[in-house]
Design a binder for this molecule. Structure first.
Ligand code: ME8
Length: 649
């Protein structure tokens, strides 16, 4: 009989810079689910990938002086290496710049247009480049992007629109009659009350102001809006609309689209409507997980200083410890704080003490009392009851939590069993039994129970950890049949008489103070992180003398006028007053400031910079800004009280 299928996806990541631990969180969770379903006998298809188009990437590439394709190729390579390092078992990796994707997106766009669900009009509104999202005036928060709080740009351009409004009632009805469609339930309520019921506006689905996107093939100059491009990856990867759609036929509809909570909106509004218009079935579930927060309670993200590098963590603590921590520490639907301290404490308490000691003590006792040969179990005594009944109940409880993606609960149950095993050692006191030859059978029973319980733990750990279960199975000489889901449904799958092979501690204990010092200090030269391309790192420039510095003539200047430079999405032409003098400077600040916002600002001008022509305009100097890794700019200025023209030293 054919196995049941299970199709799970992660979001496809923006290769605008290296990934952080928050991105890894989502992928590790999807991987745990994929491994769990495989363990349960499903034919699993697990998809991840990269979302490579858009203005943000085009800008980053321009800044780096390379083509967008070369820019993303480099970062995608790092992402693929990270998933390999973290033992992510994806079956495919889709890149939205691949022809297998772009061809089909063009086809979908055309079909929606031919059906009348996409029409041409004018877009006028506010655009947030980092979020790749349009907002109406009322959606802005204090004039800024309501999602990320950064400046937005006023945009008016000819554009295509998708008729979301037409499908509003259908979508509302669908969500209300399919309670599992959006999970957790709180997110479904948020979609209904905050977005659908207030009214869906038609969505602008093409852009003309940049070129790094999938061209609308019947209207050159337009590229497809990144979210329409990105969302369709879930079916283009399966070959929908291509000559071979066998994967689509087999796996669609997806069982779970796993996404972060801030992008549930795109997945539960735009995506279902597109599928509905195309006449395709909807995914069974969109699960919105919470965020990993920094210790200050803010979302960990690439553009903030709280960015935590997964390569560095895996390098220092091992992949299994990191995967375990991510899924154990916080309930999956909710936000949770990532801290080095909590990580080290978990490694010490759960992995080194509870699990590591259990395995180590048991193996050492079998080696000592039975010369390493696993004894058979004899008669059961009342003191065994708690352990045996817990072993019998564990799989069902664990499965219920795993099926609901309550990873932390599943691990809590598993660790309650680990604790019960440790308690069992204390209760049965094998070292006392070992002194009495008449208790030899009893000692053998205790040892067998422990070894078997450890095997069950290793089987159930397989979705979470990728090397530790194998190490435990090897010590126990457990074969394939003793690693399966079915093998945990019956206590007693291990064969007595095998020679166990004790080995080194699974998880060495860590010194908290030492770890905190190491993780907040500089990256060691030997670490994988130090060797990885450090996209975010800002290399120090060579030392200069005071005389070198004194060559710079920096002056305060006031912005009198500002206007966008035509045919550029980055540049603003500024007219500056520098004392008695007026200067023209062309500045690449448009992603972060609008021309209107610039007027009246006091800026720092590099007064003696050699003039240069930019887009045909002679720029006489440059203004100073601070920039983060995402190239969000903030003007450098002086505190109030000084007139323009004064020199800065
Ligand atoms: O959103 N904690 O890509 P992305 C938990 N390209 N999850 C986090 C997180 C954090 N601190 N920071 C980010 C995109 N994420 C789109 C997806 S899908 C068709 C297109 C999660 O690289 C975030 O919630 O910005 C999202 O699910 C994923 O990382 C990718 O984010």
């Amino acid at each position: 009989m054919d196995k049941p299928t299970f199709y799970i996806t992660t979001p496809i990541y923006y290769p605008s810079s290296n990934l952080h631990i928050g991105n890894a969180y989502c992928t590790v969770a999807a991987d745990a689910m994929a491994r769990y379903k495989r363990l349960r006998g499903y034919d699993v298809y697990f998809l991840t990938g990269t979302d490579e188009h858009g203005q943000k990437i085009q800008r980053r590439a321009e800044e780096a002086g390379v083509t967008p394709q070369a820019f993303v190729d480099n970062i995608v390579d790092g992402i693929q290496k990270l998933w390999k390092l973290m033992d992510i078992s994806n079956d495919d990796f889709i890149r939205t710049s691949e022809p297998r994707h772009t061809r089909v997106v063009q086809k979908i766009f055309k079909q929606l247009y031919d059906q009348g669900d996409i029409y041409k009009g004018y877009y006028e509104g506010w655009y947030c480049t980092p979020c790749e999202s349009f907002f109406t005036e009322t959606q802005l928060k204090d004039g800024m992007c309501p999602d990320c709080g950064r400046p937005v740009e006023r945009t008016r351009e000819e554009a295509y629109f998708l008729r979301l409004s037409k499908y509003q009632d259908w979508l509302l009805d669908y969500i209300q009659t399919h309670p599992d469609f959006i999970q957790p339930v709180s997110r479904a309520n948020e979609m209904i009350n905050n977005f659908i019921k207030p009214g869906l506006e038609d969505l602008c689905v093409s852009r003309t102001s940049f070129s790094w996107g999938i061209p609308v093939d019947f209207d050159p100059g337009h590229v497809v809006y990144v979210w329409v491009d990105a969302l369709t990856n879930y079916i283009t990867a399966l070959g929908w609309g291509s000559e071979d759609d066998s994967l689509y036929q087999k796996y669609w509809p997806a069982d779970i689209h796993l996404v972060g909570k801030e992008i549930v909106r795109f997945h539960s509004i735009i995506w279902p409507i597109i599928l509905h218009i195309l006449g395709l079935p909807l995914p069974k579930q969109i699960f919105g997980h919470g965020w990993l927060l920094g210790v200050a309670g803010d979302k960990i993200s690439k553009s903030r200083s709280n960015c935590v590098d997964p390569v560095r963590l895996c390098d220092r603590y091992g992949v299994d410890a990191i995967r375990y921590y991510l899924l154990r520490e916080m309930p999956f639907g909710a936000d949770g704080v990532f801290s080095n301290e909590a990580l080290v404490n978990r490694i010490n308490a759960d992995l080194a003490n509870d699990l590591g000691n259990l395995v180590h003590r048991t193996m050492a006792m079998i080696a000592k009392y039975f010369d390493g040969v696993l004894p058979a179990a004899a008669a059961v005594e009342p003191v065994d009851d708690a352990l045996l009944s817990m072993a019998a109940q564990l799989p069902e409880k664990y499965a219920a939590d795993m099926d609901a993606m309550h990873f932390s609960n599943a691990l809590t149950s598993l660790w309650a069993f680990v604790s019960e095993c440790n308690r069992y050692i204390d209760l049965t006191a094998p070292w006392v039994l070992a002194k009495d030859p008449a208790k030899r059978d009893r000692l053998g029973t205790v040892m067998y129970h422990l070894a078997e319980a450890i095997r069950i733990c290793a089987v159930l750990l397989q979705p979470f950890m990728t090397t530790t279960p194998g190490k435990i199975f090897d010590q126990l000489q457990a074969g394939e049949a003793q690693r399966t889901w079915e093998s945990v449904l019956r206590f007693g799958a291990l064969e007595a008489g095998v020679k166990i092979i004790p080995s080194a501690a699974l998880f060495p204990r860590l010194d908290l103070a030492e770890e905190l010092a190491a993780m907040t200090g500089p990256v060691p030269e030997t670490s994988a992180e130090a060797q990885a391309p450090a996209d975010e790192a800002v290399p120090a420039k060579p030392e200069i003398t005071y005389d070198d510095f004194a060559k710079l003539d920096l002056r305060l200047a006031k912005v009198l006028e500002a206007e966008d430079v035509k045919k550029s999405d980055k540049l603003i032409k500024l007219t500056l007053k520098v004392g008695e003098e007026t200067r023209t400077v062309v500045s690449g600040i448009r992603g972060s400031y609008t021309a209107a916002e610039m007027v009246g600002k006091m800026v720092v001008l590099v007064y003696n910079l050699k003039p240069a022509k930019l887009r045909g305009i002679m720029s006489e100097g440059m203004i100073l800004c601070a920039a983060d890794a995402e190239h969000n700019l903030r003007l450098v200025t002086a505190e109030e009280g000084l007139p323009d023209g004064v020199q800065i030293s």
